[in-house]
Design a protein around this ligand. Sequence first.
Ligand code: AHG
Ligand code: MN
Ligand code: MN
Length: 326
Amino acid sequence: MQSIISLDEFIIQRQKDFPYATGELSGLLRDIGLASKIISREVNKAGLVDITGQIGTQNASGEAVQKLDVMADNLLIASLQNSGECCGIASEENNTYVPIEKSKNAKYVVLFDPLDGSSNIDVNISIGTIFAIYRRISDDGACQLEDFLQDGVEQVAAGYVLYGSSTMLIYTTGKGVNGFTLDPSIGEFCLSHPNIKIPQKGSIYSINQSAYPSFDRATQLFIDECMEAGHRFRYVGSMVADVHRTLIKGGIFAYPASQKAPEGKLRLLYECNPLSFVMEQAGGMASNGKERILELEATQLHQRCPIYMGSPDMVERILQLQQEQA
Ligand code: AHG
Ligand code: MN
Ligand code: MN
């Protein structure tokens, strides 16, 4: 039987890769893995029980909150509260950060988008969970806002879970990217995609083309070039699914600024930074059209930023067009 390497075994094997290899980070990744197994179970039976649909409230970004969003958010918070390694969390579903009293002196904070692609829940299209882990910078005691407003380059780990035809967990601690597929028969995430690297070139572009008229000139020219080159167009509408396909097959995913969304739609801290860390660790690039995503200054928890990410050849081309059109 081919040797199965579970997420837990892999984390322990690779602990030496991690400068703070005291097992705390391993504990956090295991807790996120546990919460995502439960979320996967709930997502996979969503159609059978009444947990799809909206609950009638809006989140900090003014978006309708879906029942599974809240369930996923509560599960992740509960799991991280039990971990003892996390002194606070910030998530898309909470206006401000949530200090964790019983582990207030712990070394890490976690930011997450508990359920990404919520608008796809009711139509059974792939959705995901995105997470970013930082070491706190405030002194011991209750965590502070500054612990969450760190640049993306300070992330000590980041990744995502994709609830698709199978459930996968992909993460990085800055030493490459590894993917694990959930084997429901044993309830374990098993190493299935070791050392993921994105193709240098791509022939798939993933941008909400319906907003073409309101994109800047450089983005319009880039889309024109993709069509002239005969590239394939793919857009799922769940960032995790579109980014995962880009990571595996190559190409570019973008959510540009537009007249309707002058800062773009996607949030820097719990969508763009974690997925950009993974993308760069897989040999890809991630930019807001001018600067590297991971170097953008964070001033608010729910701030948005335009994003172009994927195969270096394609991202470099859009950056060149942005420069020419500046
Ligand atoms: P979330 O469900 O966490 O709010 O994220 C949805 C985001 C992202 O997943 C996706 O790329 C984007 O919304 C799609 O937006 P449009 O429907 O405007 O294309
Ligand atoms: Mn999202
Ligand atoms: Mn979300």
